[in-house]
Design a protein around this ligand. Structure first.
Ligand SMILES: NC(=O)c1ccc[n+]([C@@H]2O[C@H](COP(=O)([O-])OP(=O)(O)OC[C@H]3O[C@@H](n4cnc5c(N)ncnc54)[C@H](O)[C@@H]3O)[C@@H](O)[C@H]2O)c1
Ligand SMILES: O=P(O)(O)OC[C@@H](O)[C@@H](O)[C@H](O)[C@H](O)CO
Length: 379
């Protein structure tokens, strides 16, 4: 049997990666820095995934896994040494720490299995991270292990087109929508073609730029506008006609700009960004989808990046600016970066905060429009 190590056993780690590899008969090992994740998995001895597919909802129970915390004793080492594929569904800011912890494991892997090859798959919604992640994994290895790493380990980016939510990262009840594959940068060193929803692709950076704007831009719009109306789930936002109109505008603007910027046909774009309706309703939370507005409003990301593309191609960015203005009002108390942003707005004012957090010049027409909408809706 083949072995997968999942570093980051939160919503996606358990609800998508774990469930999918388990379904294909692979051995699962989870590694997480949060001890509550391991405690819950061990306490229940299994976890439950409601998989919303196009034709049915499957209620899957995943058992027979190993789960470890990033402890000082490296209790994960034995399992690490048997792994074939390592999947890392982590937030962008967590890779550095994960790499630091795993250095010792790679050093040992090289010593024990110098002839084996590994594939690592990173799952985030942030593009262009792979060179920095690769350096984080290499930098503290011994010179011999570094040489082995360069020849035997590949670190690949991916494009994740599924929403997976739970009450917390350690909850053992998870909902996931399974309608699209995970697109993985090729080539890879290991065969996982027996695992459903895994698809190799070229042109990962271009496709990821398009996906993050065209899918996650409207998604963030639903979260930020829904929050302002007091909703707590994405389906509630989707059902609101006023929000739906802005989202439609965001989709139109982004689609027009994407078609002008990239060599992609309407059919290819559709295949990349279309989510077929699945059975049942995923109660995806505004908390998860809006999480970290500082990242989501940053330069090049789903909203600011989309608006800049529109400006470049003479396309209206009016609806995107409304969504960005809502992002600057997102004050979810459980979200540390939402709180930080709100404090910054109080300290330096919205004008300066928009420039600082979007990276746009103060006289940019996008920044001006965002500030205008911010004042209108904050009134
Ligand atoms: N959940 C989704 O639907 C979804 C969809 C698309 C993309 N993503 C992306 O996938 C990534 C993970 O999202 P998620 O929803 O699973 O988040 P999550 O918070 O539910 O899970 C992340 C897990 O990683 C663990 N972690 C953090 N640092 C670690 C470290 N150094 N070593 C080991 N474990 C560590 C956390 O403790 C947590 O359990 C994010 O980049 C997110 O943007 C998620
Ligand atoms: O994961 P984030 O924080 O970058 O964005 C939140 C959601 O938009 C995202 O997770 C989507 O659900 C997912 O990318 C859909 O494929």
């Amino acid at each position: 049997m083949k072995n997968v190590l999942i570093v980051g056993a939160g919503r996606l780690g358990k609800g998508f990666v774990g469930e999918t590899f388990d379904n294909a008969g692979w051995n699962l090992t989870f590694l997480d820095k949060d001890p509550r994740v391991t405690e819950e998995l061990r306490k229940h001895g299994c976890y439950y995934v409601k998989v919303h597919r196009v034709d049915e909802i499957q209620n899957r129970t995943v058992k027979n896994f190993k789960a470890y915390t990033c402890d000082e004793e490296y209790s994960c080492m034995e399992a690490f040494l048997e792994t074939d594929v390592i999947v890392l569904p982590l937030y962008p800011e967590d890779f550095e720490e994960a790499a630091g912890y795993l250095t010792k494991c790679f050093e040992e892997f090289y010593r024990v299995h110098p002839d084996r090859r590994l594939t690592m798959i990173c799952i985030t919604n942030k593009n262009y991270l792979i060179p920095g992640i690769t350096e984080a994994f290499r930098k503290d290895l011994s010179e011999d292990a570094k040489e082995w790493f360069d020849q035997n380990v590949v670190i690949r980016d991916s494009i994740i087109r599924r929403s997976t939510d739970a009450k917390s990262n350690y909850d053992v009840h998870i909902d996931t929508v399974a309608v699209n594959s995970l697109l993985i940068q090729q080539p890879v060193n290991n065969d996982f073609s027996d695992v459903e929803w895994m698809e190799l692709t070229d042109k990962i950076e271009m496709l990821k730029d398009i996906k993050v704007t065209a899918v996650n831009g409207p998604h963030a719009t639903l979260a930020y506008m829904g929050y302002l109306k007091g909703y707590s789930t994405i389906p509630e936002s989707e059902a609101d006609p006023e929000i739906a109109e802005v989202v439609e505008g965001v989709v139109e603007e982004i689609t027009a700009a994407v078609m002008k910027e990239y060599p992609i046909t309407p059919e290819e774009l559709h295949n990349l960004v279309y989510f077929a309706p699945a059975k049942g309703v995923l109660p995806d939370s505004i908390y998860r989808v809006g999480y970290d507005p500082i990242r989501k409003l940053s330069k090049g990301d789903r909203l600011t990046g989309a608006a800049e593309l529109c400006l470049k191609h003479g396309v209206s960015f009016d609806s995107i600016a409304k969504a960005m203005a809502a992002g600057f009002q997102y004050a979810e108390p459980r979200d540390a970066n939402a709180q930080k942003l709100q404090q910054e707005i109080k300290n330096i004012g919205i004008e300066q905060a928009v420039s600082e957090y979007t990276g746009l010049d103060a006289d940019s027409p996008i920044a001006k429009r965002v500030i205008e909408y911010y004042h209108q809706s904050a009134r």
